[in-house]
Design a protein around this ligand. Sequence first.
Ligand SMILES: [Zn+2]
Ligand SMILES: [Zn+2]
Length: 243
Amino acid sequence: MRLLGDYHTHTTYTHGKSTIEENVKQAENLGLKEIAITEHSYLGYNHIRRGDLQKMRTDIESIKDNYNVKILLGIEANLISLDGDIDISDEELKDLDVVVLGFHKLTKLKLSQFFKFALPNLLRKKPTKKQIERNTKAYLNAIEKHRVSIIAHLGYAGCKVDCVSIAKECAKRNIYIEFNGKRINFSKEDIEGMIKTGVKFIINSDAHHYLNVGKNHRAFNLIEKYNIPLEQVANLDNLPKFN
Ligand SMILES: [Zn+2]
Ligand SMILES: [Zn+2]
């Protein structure tokens, strides 16, 4: 089995250590066919500025013929409310090749959402059933309202969810569930439940340095450990088709 693409990488446009070109060069060295640049969106702790997406598109255009790798421009949008709001406009999403959605601890939320959504997740090590329901609904609302291609690191930052309910919806909508190179928060039950929904997983690095592009040993271990059907992994021996 061969990994053909990495669809979650960062660069010096936010707090990554490498340029777009360095990430792309590394992807080519590794024999990947595709790489996506998915910077943190506007309300993240580290985030792009207005106009950066256009600049990144220009950067990509200027190098794309020099490499044998397809370069996708995406975003790592932040989930910012229980209603499923995200921190980038639907208009901007239309121009992107891939949309990654994630919940992050230090995102700048509206005060009311900070208290209702972020704070309980920050405070409680063991979330209540209600809290899990609310978090789950926030993701379901987001994928109902916005274009989403990949859900990143589910369960991260204390935002515990009912992965199986989310996976069911993702399976219907062709949204991939990520095995993140830096953080995987799934239990055995989560993974076994998600497999049954028929959802497709995707292996991404979340690289913040070019040397981490394409790296995700834990995902490969999980695939083996839980016998995840290879046809349910979108970027192994195949290329994903994004919403
Ligand atoms: Zn980051
Ligand atoms: Zn990321």
